[in-house]
Design a protein around this ligand. Structure first.
Ligand code: CTP
Length: 415
């Protein structure tokens, strides 16, 4: 779910990031990362170790970050030659990507042989240290490295990755640095206020698929993007998130537990046992209203006469209304979505009352299917409130803030 081009101002606007490069082939990815971070609105100060300069030149990193690169603690540009102090004061995060096995060992031991390790040590405690390891799979698996990683985690560093896959050395395994867009998203998440810390959020997303026979079925054009954005935003806000998804081709947001289903009945069967253990239920799924009354066991064939089959339908269960009717002790705080083609507000208000939920999020459905942007109106007992048009992830973050603000007042259970 790439967002950088659709998010006005950029999700990292106003953030200052010190991007450190230790030695490793993955330095080529750090070039793209510098670009991703600046495109997301951050100012980026690159610091490179001597080894990193063997893999990529400071000139490249300077061009991409728009700032002269620091490589030495004796740099004459730093006031009083104290680059390790000056560079981290005012920083919002120090990100070491790639972090080599040796660099992680230095961090674990609190050594400071070069400027980058020195500034990691000298950074103020409130400036987060984010480390993206990149190394050969045997180096990563080595007990010494694992010991060092455990140590830096215990010291408060956020270790992102590594991922598994083909490595530059020709071997296959765990040790690849995360991709630049994944690291950018992680940083965006890091800076989100933890409004739902210790809360559990259940989300439905996507369309449902109602089978006619083993190869055919009825579905709708919901892409699932809004629901996945809500799941991601809730996870970024510190919630434990369970996402029950209809058939969609979307990557699971980081840290989210995903359950895949096809039909409305399967979605209800997945949701119902989970609902009582969640504080919030956000129903974004475009659940099919009807399903074929009978599913043919075998593919329905043409009989050559030109006759067409007739389908009989039965109504699907209303998942949101079912959860909203649970006894109070088992009922999460419920949020519904209403995608309407006309009279959006009138229908949304009626739907809120009919489903018995405190909050309905209305939008102009058909025109937003599959898009990355949207416009939403929140309808609750007190009236309406519009969330300005924007990227779905930006709207999802705003919605999470609205939910968090309403939660303490809600009749629902706390964590
Ligand atoms: N919903 C649900 N189960 C259903 C139908 C809808 O959980 N069987 C939820 C949706 O996820 C959404 C809300 O109810 O949060 C409203 O969905 P929508 O399709 O707009 O409403 P319907 O009840 O289907 O009403 P209509 O189709 O008449 O507009």
């Amino acid at each position: 779910m790439s967002e950088h081009c659709a998010d006005e101002g950029g999700p990292l606007a106003g953030r200052h990031i010190v991007l450190g490069l230790a030695g490793g082939v993955a330095c080529y990815k750090a070039a793209e990362l510098a670009r991703e971070l600046t495109r997301a609105g951050a100012s980026v100060q690159v610091v490179m170790t001597e080894a990193a300069c063997r893999f990529i030149t400071p000139v490249t990193m300077q061009a991409l970050s728009g700032r002269a690169v620091f490589t030495s603690q004796w740099d004459e540009r730093a006031p009083d030659r104290m680059a390790h102090i000056g560079l981290t004061r005012g920083a919002d995060a120090v990100v070491v990507a790639p972090a080599s096995a040796d660099f992680i060992a230095q961090l674990a031991q609190g050594r400071a042989a070069e400027l980058l390790a020195l500034l990691c040590l000298a950074r103020p405690a409130q400036v987060p240290l984010v480390v993206a390891p990149a190394m050969n799979r045997e180096m990563w698996a080595h007990p010494a490295t694992q010991r060092n990683v455990a140590q830096i985690r215990a010291d408060g560093a956020a270790v992102l990755g590594p991922a598994a896959g083909a490595q530059a050395c020709g071997e296959v395994g765990e040790g690849r640095m995360l991709e630049p867009d994944e690291l950018r998203d992680e940083l965006v998440a890091l800076f989100q206020p933890k409004l739902l810390a210790a809360r559990r959020v259940l989300v439905t997303a996507g369309p449902t698929f109602e089978a006619i026979d083993p190869v055919r079925g009825i579905t709708n054009r919901s892409s699932g993007k809004m629901g996945f954005a809500v799941a991601r935003a809730a996870a970024e806000a510190g919630a434990a998130v369970t996402l029950v998804a209809g058939p969609v081709a979307l990557a699971t947001p980081r840290g989210v537990t995903r359950i895949d289903v096809d039909s409305a009945e399967q979605m209800l069967a997945a949701v119902l046992p989970l609902a009582p253990s969640h504080d919030v239920f956000v129903a974004t799924a475009a659940v099919a209203d009807w399903r074929p009354a009978a599913r043919a066991e075998e593919k329905i064939k043409k009989d050559g006469s030109g006759a067409t089959p007739t389908l009989a339908f039965v109504e699907n269960p209303d998942i949101l209304a079912t959860v909203a009717r649970l006894p109070e002790a088992e009922r999460p705080w419920c949020v519904g979505f209403a995608a309407e083609s006309h009279d959006v507000l009138r229908h949304a208000r009626a739907k809120r009352l009919r489903k018995g939920v405190p909050l309905i999020v209305a939008n102009h459905g058909p025109s937003t299917f599959g898009r990355d942007d949207n416009a939403l109106v929140l309808v609750d007992a007190e009236g309406e409130r519009e969330l300005p048009h924007g990227a779905k992830i930006t709207l999802a973050r705003a919605l999470v803030a609205e939910i968090a603000a309403r939660l303490p007042r809600a009749a629902g259970r706390g964590p």
